[in-house]
Design a protein around this ligand. Structure first.
Ligand code: PHE
Length: 330
């Protein structure tokens, strides 16, 4: 008996304890054998023998329950120790996704301008006439409004046709000097090889109240930016027109496919048009209540950059979600 008590409290595992339990309490266990002795015991002693045995059985049972509880807890602790889950470990790398080529291109553009000390601004995609047109020197009935085919909402609002309204919002909220870019989606009624109804632009705006901003400043930063994006290319500025800049220019790079010799992509001109820019028109400053300031602005289409950088022949492919295209950008 004493030996069995010791076995109960010394059991090192649930399995060991189970063996001891069967040895003690089982049908042919030690206790059963003791109780079997009852029948050979003289009647006068039966009662005290049975009482003593039951007391002993009770004690052993309590001892057993205690050991069981202790070993169950130990089992849980062991499991917790041996099955540590390191949530910081990498999972199945094969299924890792990737940035969409448009977003990857956008990030590269943003990185350049952040390094040049620009900050990033955001604006609503559902705009009103004032921010998208009026304040940008595009009064009602101005013929230049036809340059952009607009999606109008029922309540008179519209889907912004460019990121230029963020220029207006920023100037209305902040004081000069201003040095921002505004990346984001824009919308136009257009659908062909080089146009989709939704695409992305990055707008840039620099405004100074001290010292004049010149076209040379604009030319320098855009040339440097385009060489950062496309490598060793030639950059040329062509006179153009935007209602919100004067003078305005369109910027070309020498064709990255034929290096200027002329090919199908550059329509045999040797040049690829990549952005629009100019010196901010005084009427724009008037619309936001700015006085004695000067500034430059530029705007570019991110998909056009992505197409050129990755030689994607049809802009619409970027939005079809075809994995055969997307998997090439893992
Ligand atoms: N907003 C013009 C466009 O969408 C681009 C642009 C921005 C041109 C700023 C000049 C200055 O085409």
């Amino acid at each position: 008996m004493k030996e069995l008590e010791a076995k109960i409290s010394q059991a090192g595992s649930l399995e060991e304890l189970e063996k001891v339990r069967i040895e003690l309490f089982g049908k042919r266990g030690v206790l059963a054998l003791e109780f079997a002795k009852l029948k050979d015991i003289p009647n006068s002693e039966k009662k005290s023998f049975a009482e003593g045995l039951n007391r002993k059985k009770g004690e052993l049972q309590r001892l057993y329950e205690k050991a069981l509880a202790r070993l169950k807890e130990k089992r849980i602790e062991d499991i917790l120790k041996s099955e540590i889950l390191d949530v910081s470990l990498y999972g199945n790398l094969d299924r890792k996704g990737a940035l969409h080529p448009v977003m990857e291109t956008m990030d590269r553009i943003i990185e350049y301008f952040i390094a040049m000390n620009f900050s990033v601004e955001d604006g609503p995609k559902i705009e009103d006439d004032f921010h998208n047109f009026e304040a940008l020197n595009l009064p009602k009935n101005h013929p230049a409004r036809d340059m952009q085919d607009t999606f109008f909402c029922r309540d008179g609002k519209l889907l912004r046709t460019h990121t230029s309204p963020v220029q207006i919002r920023t100037m209305l909220e902040q004081k000069p000097p201003i040095r921002i870019i505004a990346p984001g989606a824009v919308f136009r009624k257009d659908y062909d090889l080089t146009h989709t109804p939704m695409f992305h632009q990055v707008e840039g705006l620099v405004v100074q109240d001290k010292g004049e901003v010149s076209f040379a400043n604009l030319k320098y930063i855009l040339s440097d930016f385009l060489q950062y994006m496309f490598g060793d290319v030639e950059v040329r500025f062509r006179p153009s027109f935007f209602p919100f800049t004067e003078p305005s220019a369109e910027v070309d790079i020498s064709c990255i496919f034929c290096r200027g010799d002329g090919c199908r992509v550059c329509s045999h001109t040797g040049w690829l048009e990549v952005l629009g820019c100019g010196i901010v028109d005084p009427n724009v400053f008037k619309a936001v209540g700015y006085k004695d300031v000067s500034g430059y602005a530029f705007g570019l289409g991110v998909e056009r950059f992505a197409m050129l950088l990755h030689r994607i022949p049809d802009l619409r492919m970027l939005f079809e979600g075809d994995l055969r295209l997307l998997e090439q950008f893992r």
